[in-house]
Design a protein around this ligand. Structure first.
Ligand code: NYM
Ligand code: MG
Length: 212
């Protein structure tokens, strides 16, 4: 049976080390000879992505429902690209995905089920790695930035919703693994590699859909 590429999602609070770790993971996969593509959500380069960027920088205001739908639309813009890459045997890493969509919007008070709906039938990851860090430790790493949501109280509630998502999708059959992101960079890199390595040679079976 021909194998397809693995779909790996990395999630976490702001300042949890996602950007560093997704780059390291890409380098490790490439060093192992695995064709790899790294996609970051939000993808701020598209027209929708520019609206999201402007909202996050508080250069524009949008209704909470509208920005939620834009984040989802931004994933849909790339959904067919992700599928093509996976089918052609490329491993895809996403720095944030639909789980961030729910965690951040539900933290603002939007109903959890409503937040899940627009991402229904997006490609589902074969593995979601949650970089777990306390809001205090994240803050101690040089502080939150200037963007919307980068406040300790908000991050705390985002973390709680991530836990709910993790429990729920694990029971639905998506592999959700929490990695202790409070460790040294090299240790986190090694822990992530331990989970990804078994998938690196490709995955059998069709691409699954959210929410399984
Ligand atoms: N974010 C990200 C959302 O609120 N919903 C989403 O669907 C996604 C993908 O955007 N604080 C939030 C989380 C972050 C912010 O992401 C920008 P990053 O990874 O800091 O560039
Ligand atoms: Mg950020």
């Amino acid at each position: 049976m021909v194998k397809r590429g693995a779909f790996i999602v990395i999630e976490g609070l702001d300042r949890s080390g996602k950007s560093t770790q997704t780059s390291l993971l890409r380098a490790n996969l490439e060093a192992a000879g695995i064709p790899t593509e790294l996609i970051k959500f939000p993808d701020r380069t598209t027209a929708i992505g520019q609206m999201i960027d402007s909202y996050l920088k508080s250069q524009s205001d949008l209704d909470d429902h509208v920005i939620h739908l834009l984040f989802s639309a931004n994933r849909w813009e790339l959904a067919s690209t992700i599928e093509k890459l996976l089918t052609s045997g490329t491993t895809v890493i996403c720095d944030r995905y639909a789980f961030s969509g729910i965690a951040f919007s539900a933290s603002k008070g939007l109903p959890y089920e409503w937040c899940r709906a627009p991402d229904v039938s997006l490609p589902a990851p074969d593995l979601a790695l949650f970089l777990q860090i306390t809001p205090e430790a994240a803050k101690a790493r040089g502080g939150y930035g200037e963007e919307r949501y980068e406040r300790e109280e908000m991050q705390r509630s985002v973390g709680e919703i991530f836990h709910r998502i993790g429990a729920e999708i694990a029971s639905e059959g998506v592999r959700w693994v929490a990695v202790d992101a409070g460790h040294e960079r090299d240790q986190v890199e090694e822990d992530i590699w331990m989970f990804v390595k078994p998938l690196a040679q490709g995955v059998e079976g069709p691409i699954r859909r959210l929410w399984p």
